[in-house]
Design a protein around this ligand. Structure first.
Ligand code: GLY
Ligand code: MN
Ligand code: MN
Length: 436
């Protein structure tokens, strides 16, 4: 759990990064309709949660450095006994101060009366423009309200600055408490992958493996997957974000599972590919071993001081050379890399930042240069080879093989720490587990 002190520390750090006489404003995630009057399960916006721990919709968070009556303000829904019977507990302004440490909290319905007063006299507003268009318009309305009072001496803010840049820089570096949650999310998720390997057999449906995986998540208190679980049998493994998960798993095919739980707003993102019947064919093993070789080498480069693109370059090199050796690519290594000839088989990048969002925030380049890896960053390493069933350039026996191996890796002073090492990766380990 992230405790109150940590939320306070995050707000303090952000305030230290803000220019003097500025204010920051964030909005809660809106509820999303699933159908008619039914909503999707609510998930707070990651930025909003990162700074507050506040889990409710219809809320606005304000950081007003130097404000006499406190710097951390929240506008939230009022208590409402009728609505609470239907929809559940609301903290209300009083509960928000008590439970979430707000210095001041107000009913969201009073925001028109209060927010202009908070903006007035501040030089700069930190705000994620364009994320919530309706709120953008309200904000401009409040600025205009102040402008209309300029003859009475009111001064509207003169500058709007993107909040994301500062805030996402903070989120990129994980604290000890965050890493503890991410390690647990990794453990739960790898347990789920092991469960799928053990239970899988020909004739099952992809959605049944999905159910096994998500059962394991939920039973451990990770109530939702961090993204739509991908379970692709055979050639479905070649569809990068396949979420249909409706096909029958066939004897002799592989199944690719890309699934990770979300635990206390932190994501795991793990992929394993294994044979539906528990035994790799020669072709499957050849491709698998190549992906694994690339992945292990990619993980090795996840070290302080290497640049962000290094794991990608290493995996591209190994996969391209391997495909040449297997006769699947024709040409010279340098040329195929230069012309991106490998992209018929390996068309995505080797990874991304990981954190509260599965594709987490943070810049990948600084001053147009790849960023250097630093202690406390978490990345995924996830090379793959996908041989389209329609690829007539290769012999039939290779077609329809789709393999990705993905782990979550912490950059630490002691070298790469794999947060998802609990699920087997070599063909021998996988076959052994599946034979049990
Ligand atoms: N699960 C999405 C990804 O691996 O990036
Ligand atoms: Mn993934
Ligand atoms: Mn990923």
């Amino acid at each position: 759990m992230i405790n109150q002190q940590e939320f306070t520390r995050r707000r303090r750090k952000l305030i230290e990064m803000m220019d003097s006489n500025s204010i920051a404003i964030l909005t809660a995630a809106p509820e999303q309709t699933r159908n008619r009057d039914i909503n999707y399960p609510y998930r707070q916006d990651s930025d909003f949660f990162y700074l507050s721990g506040f889990p409710e919709p219809e809320a606005v968070l304000v950081l007003a450095p130097g404000r006499e009556h406190g710097e951390f303000l929240v506008f939230c829904r009022d208590r409402n006994p009728d609505r609470e019977i239907w929809d559940g507990y609301r903290a209300g302004p009083e509960g928000t101060c008590k439970k979430y440490g707000a210095d001041d909290a107000f009913p969201i319905d009073d925001i028109d009366d209060i927010l202009p007063g908070l903006l007035e006299g501040r030089d700069r507003v930190y705000y994620a423009m364009g994320k919530a268009p309706t709120f953008d318009r309200h904000l401009m309305g409040w600025v205009n309200t102040i402008r209309s009072q300029s003859r009475a001496g009111a001064v509207p803010p003169g500058e709007f600055i993107d909040l994301d840049h500062l805030l996402h820089e903070l989120r990129l570096f994980k604290s000890a408490a965050e890493l503890k949650i991410m390690r647990t999310a990794g453990e739960i998720s790898t347990r789920a992958h092991c469960r799928a390997m053990k239970i899988c057999k020909p004739g099952m449906f992809e959605y049944q493996l999905q159910a096994e995986i998500e059962h394991e998540f939920a039973m451990a208190g990770a109530r939702f997957p961090a993204y739509g679980s991908i379970v692709g049998g055979g050639a479905n493994g070649c569809i990068l974000h396949y979420v249909e998960n409706s096909a029958k798993l066939k004897d002799g095919d592989l199944v690719l599972i890309d699934a990770g739980c979300e635990l206390q707003h932190y994501a795991a993102d793990i992929t394993r590919t294994f044979p539906v019947n528990g035994k790799f064919t020669l072709e499957q093993k050849a491709i698998y071993d190549l992906v694994l070789k690339a992945q292990l080498a990619g993980i090795d480069t996840c070290a302080v001081g290497n640049h962000w693109d290094e794991p990608h370059q290493v995996t591209v090199n190994i996969i391209t050379q391997g495909l040449i050796d297997l006769g699947l690519l024709k040409g010279e290594l340098d040329e195929l890399i230069e012309s991106k000839g490998y992209r018929d088989f390996y068309m995505h990048r080797a990874g991304h930042w990981l954190g509260m969002d599965v594709h987490d925030v943070g810049d990948y380049k600084v001053h147009d240069e790849w960023r250097l890896l630093e202690k406390g960053m978490v990345v995924t390493v996830e090379p793959g080879i996908y041989i389209s069933p329609d690829n007539t350039q290769v012999a039939k026996r290779w077609r329809g093989i789709g393999i990705r191996i993905e782990d979550d890796v912490l950059i630490s002073a002691k070298g790469p720490e794999v947060l998802s090492s609990g699920a087997p990766k070599t063909t021998e380990e996988i076959e052994r587990l599946m034979a049990k």
